[in-house]
Design a protein around this ligand. Structure first.
Ligand SMILES: Cc1ncc(COP(=O)(O)O)c(C=O)c1O
Length: 325
């Protein structure tokens, strides 16, 4: 990947003439079955650009209550797009069509128009849970009946594809816009893409520029993303198998609850005693095992291209050792 970055043919993407960025945008658009795609520096920017182009100020956006857009995007939709979020709790991150239907506002003078549904797949906080294609279709059906648009936060859509065998384009086809990240399971250092119709992506380019996301010789980054797409996308199943092995190993650690049956992709959520998670994460970090606390009792582990079988066994052994102390 570093070699591909060093050797990348570049131009000025500000003028739309970086050949490697263009190749990446075309490849991703084609992979997702969309007319066009735009390279953005981060998944957060991809989501924010999508919300901005698919809504008008004063609108309301229905979104799962623990989704990245609600929890970790710093009220961006309110600041950047002037819209209000309507968070709806899902079951394990997966929205129910009835609940979404109920969240849509009546079309009258007392309520903001609900103009957008955002669906996250896979769902991060729920532990990499997949929104199955049929469920997504039903959710999109509700939005369409109510005249709303749909944005797919597919930061980890590649993982949903690898786990189910359903091509990413099947999900993307149902949505107006789909954001996919190259900097997560695909292992690139930077970058996400937003895909949609030619018209929508032309509007997205203007918003990207407004947000300061226009880049210059970005081909060095696009080259890494292309390697991720070509070389690392086909191997995501290995990460999923290692995540299941990690969960099985952690399930045997005293004071730790982990369920390999709940692992659908590359994220493992291990429960500790309430309040213990930050200390556990610190203890593991001191032993070279990096995880993230998610609340007072949950530790999140993620497998990826740089984590091999030996690393998984080591993480389990270190967790066991930490628990004994
Ligand atoms: C589901 C989801 N969407 C969006 C993002 C944002 O991506 P980035 O960190 O590239 O801004 C993340 C990051 O973890 C995510 O998990």
């Amino acid at each position: 990947m570093r070699k591909a970055m060093a050797e990348a043919e570049v131009g000025d993407d500000g003028f739309g003439d970086d050949p490697t960025v263009r190749r990446l945008e075309e490849r991703v658009a084609e992979t997702l079955g969309k007319e066009a795609a735009v390279f953005v520096p981060s998944g957060t920017m991809g989501n924010q650009v999508a919300i901005r182009v698919l809504t008008s100020p004063g609108d309301e956006v229905v979104v799962e209550a623990e989704s990245h857009t609600v929890l970790y995007e710093l009220a961006g939709p309110a600041v950047i797009s002037g819209v209000q979020l309507r968070p709806v709790p899902g079951e394990g991150g997966v929205l129910a069509p009835d609940a979404v239907e109920a969240a849509f506002r009546p079309a009258d003078a007392h309520a903001p128009p609900t103009s957008l549904l955002v669906v996250e797949n896979t769902h991060t906080v729920a532990g990499g849970r997949i929104v199955p294609l049929e469920r997504f279709r039903a959710l999109v059906g509700v939005a369409r009946r109510r005249g709303a648009r749909v944005h797919l936060d597919g930061a980890r859509l590649w993982n949903a594809e690898a786990a189910t065998g359903v091509p990413a384009r099947e999900w993307a086809a149902l949505a107006d816009t789909a954001m996919v990240s190259m900097s997560k399971g695909l292992g690139a250092p930077v970058g996400s893409l937003l895909a949609g119709s030619r018209e929508t992506i032309a509007a997205a380019r203007r918003v990207r520029k407004m947000l300061g996301g226009g880049m210059r010789q970005a081909g060095v980054l696009a080259a890494a993303a292309l390697v991720g797409l070509e070389r690392n996308r086909p191997r995501l199943g290995e990460d999923h198998a290692r995540a299941r092995r990690l969960a099985a190993g952690l399930a045997d650690v005293a004071g730790c609850r982990a369920d390999p049956g709940a692992v659908e992709t590359n994220i493992v959520l291990a429960r500790t005693a309430t309040g213990a998670a930050p200390g556990v994460v610190q203890g593991l970090a001191a032993r070279g095992v990096l995880a993230v606390p998610m609340g007072p009792e949950t530790v999140r582990f993620v497998t990826h291209v740089d984590v091999g079988d030996v690393d998984v066994e080591r993480a389990i052994a270190e967790a066991r050792d930490t628990a004994r102390r």
